[in-house]
Design a protein around this ligand. Structure first.
Ligand code: UTP
Length: 288
């Protein structure tokens, strides 16, 4: 059985992005004119996923509205004969059927994933964090699914993180099996620099076997009273092999202010109608 379902947790409070996240989900912050979560949904579809569950919370209506039909806007654009914009708007709502599950309280990423258990049933599934964007011709989730198909085990995407950032990540200890691929030996949530078992941090892309739900249920609240996904992964690793894959691509943490700015700049540099103007402007301000 291959991976056809994905869970996108998007119910966090986004405190690093206050005050805007007081009334707006951070997953809807625009990378110029496209919300971050659009790229995440697109990555799932481009990886062969055809069933998406978004975990939402309070103040997250904007996500549902974004992926829904918008009859008034569509009628307006049709009346004005603005067919390009009309087809762009219609394409978004026809991307895929999305199911929404509410996480009543933001009790952690592990709890958010657990909310999807009934919908996933007994299949392997992908998890894509709603505020992490990865750019690459082969989508990051596809890369993980390819590893899953070889080993039929859970897989985490990891990348080297700067030394001063290890305390912000789940850091893995792994046995190198081949280029880019590791067998997970341990994972530690947000370790101090001196306690980190490596410099490889888990980013927001995973493929899990169904047994992750059992492991999460047995996981009590950890750091900050939240159910940590990392603790569930550790527990799962006691019963099953888990792999860590150094994915190929460029990842942006758009829930972090600098990561968000980088995502916007790189996206503008990729767009023919913005690139030259942006470079000219940057030259002007940097020289100033
Ligand atoms: P983060 O830790 O980056 O999200 O979780 P956060 O808690 O919203 O952010 P800060 O640190 O307060 O700024 C990663 C992903 O997990 C989701 C978030 O929405 C984000 O996409 N999440 C987190 C949940 O769905 N539920 C939670 O209880 C916590």
């Amino acid at each position: 059985m291959t991976v056809k379902k994905a869970v996108i947790p998007a119910a966090g409070l986004g405190t690093r992005f206050l005050p805007v996240t007081k009334s707006m989900p951070k997953e809807m912050l625009p990378i110029i004119d496209v919300p971050a979560i659009h790229y995440v949904v697109k990555e799932a579809l481009d990886s062969g996923i055809d069933d998406i569950i978004i975990i939402t919370g309070r103040s997250k209506r904007a996500i549902e509205d974004y992926f829904d039909d918008s009859p008034e806007l569509e009628m307006h654009l049709a009346k004005k004969n603005n067919l390009d914009l009309l087809s762009m708007v219609q394409e978004i709502s026809s991307l895929v059927d999305i199911h929404y599950i509410r996480q009543k309280e933001p009790l952690g990423l592990g709890d958010a994933v657990l909310r999807a258990e009934k919908h996933i049933c007994d299949e392997p599934f992908a998890v894509l964090l709603g505020d992490d964007i990865v750019r690459n011709s082969t989508p990051c989730t596809r890369q993980l699914i390819d590893i899953y198909n070889r080993y039929r085990c859970s897989v985490l995407a990891v990348e080297d993180v700067p030394e001063e950032m290890v305390s912000s990540y789940g850091i893995i200890k792994g046995k190198n099996l081949e280029d880019l691929l590791y067998l997970l030996e341990d994972i530690v949530e947000k370790p101090k620099k001196d306690d980190a078992p490596s410099m490889m941090g888990a980013i927001g892309r995973y493929v899990f076997t169904q047994e992750i739900f059992d492991s999460l249920k047995k996981t009590s609240s950890g750091v900050g009273g939240e159910i940590q996904l990392t603790d569930g992964i550790r527990r799962l690793n006691e019963r099953q092999n888990i792999y860590a894959y150094k994915f190929v691509g460029r990842r942006y943490d758009t829930g972090d202010r600098m990561g968000y700015i980088e995502a916007i700049i790189d996206s503008a540099l990729d767009q023919g109608d913005l690139r030259d103007d942006l470079i000219a402007y940057m030259r002007q301000v940097v020289v100033r």
